[in-house]
Ligand binder design. Structure first.
Ligand code: HEM
Length: 88
């Protein structure tokens, strides 16, 4: 508890795409699922399909009913933020 909540850009999200550094966005919220990896009932390989990106669609296709906010309560990183437009 008391972890710092920071907004995450899509670029930043994409950098955390490894099994030992795995972030995932679901419905606009980014979670660090690294420690959940070995507990995912669907297995590591399946969970990895959604890592480093917005996994909302994948998640809903398989198990839209799963209570991820509760399961990943301690894994919350912050809201997904769109990348800023480059300066002209
Ligand atoms: C199964 C949680 C993301 C694929 C499950 C189950 C839970 C769960 C609780 C067991 C469901 C049940 O037996 O009723 C989560 C959480 C996720 C997540 C908290 C977010 C971090 C994903 C992603 C995929 C995925 C991104 C990729 C497609 C699967 C599959 C199963 C499964 C294939 C097995 C379904 C079955 O055996 O019927 N997951 N999951 N999950 N999950 Fe996930």
């Amino acid at each position: 508890t008391g972890g710092r909540v920071v907004p995450v850009t899509r670029d930043e999200l994409a950098r955390h795409n490894r099994v030992d550094d795995a972030w995932m966005a679901i419905r606009g919220r980014v979670f660090n699922v690294t420690r959940y990896m070995d507990f995912h009932p669907g297995g590591v390989e399946e969970l990895m399909r959604g890592v480093g990106r917005d996994a909302t669609k994948l998640f809903d296709e398989v198990h839209a009913w799963v209570n991820y906010p509760q399961l990943l309560n301690k894994c919350y990183v912050g809201p997904l933020k769109e990348n800023l437009a480059p300066r002209l």
